[in-house]
Write a protein that binds this ligand. Structure first.
Ligand SMILES: [Fe+2]
Length: 150
């Protein structure tokens, strides 16, 4: 079975995070560039997975794996959603926003969302590899910015 649903979740995850960072970019003018850069990175991650997804749909890539896990990525999506709601409900500080970003970027690494333990096409391996690398960079960048606030 082709894992459309799982790929859709991965795409949704990137757009959700882009959406959260976009809210932060609007909320914290002094940090607008910082959040906008992160937003574009997350959108580019979504595009990368979409590219793979469309090749699978066109039948250019045969992709079947029963061993893909939906749970970790669903957890991250829910976490992002929760934080979006929170942002609408209460006044958050830049420190809160950076802490949330650090939590989410770290969660994707800790939950091994982009680690490959199963048979998947090389193209998807490359995509996951690149997203993981940039997620680690995001985590470090967010942490540095947070540390500099103190
Ligand atoms: Fe990220």
């Amino acid at each position: 079975m082709v894992q459309f649903k799982l790929l859709e979740l991965f795409i949704k995850n990137e757009y959700s995070l882009a959406g959260l960072y976009k809210i932060y970019a609007g909320k914290f003018p002094k940090f607008k560039d910082f959040w906008s850069d992160l937003t574009s990175d997350e959108i580019s991650h979504a595009y990368m997975i979409e590219g793979f997804y469309s090749d699978v749909q066109k039948g250019n890539i045969l992709f079947s794996s029963e061993r893909f896990e939906e749970e970790p990525i669903e957890m991250v999506i829910n976490h992002i959603q929760e934080k979006k709601v929170e942002t609408q409900k209460k006044d958050i500080t830049i420190k809160d926003a950076l802490s949330v970003a650090l939590e989410i970027e770290s969660e994707m690494i800790e939950e091994k969302c982009f680690d490959v333990f199963w048979e998947i096409p090389e193209e998807l391996k490359d995509v996951f590899h690149k997203i993981k690398k940039e997620t680690l960079e995001h985590r470090d960048k967010v942490k540095k910015t947070l540390d500099n606030l103190a």
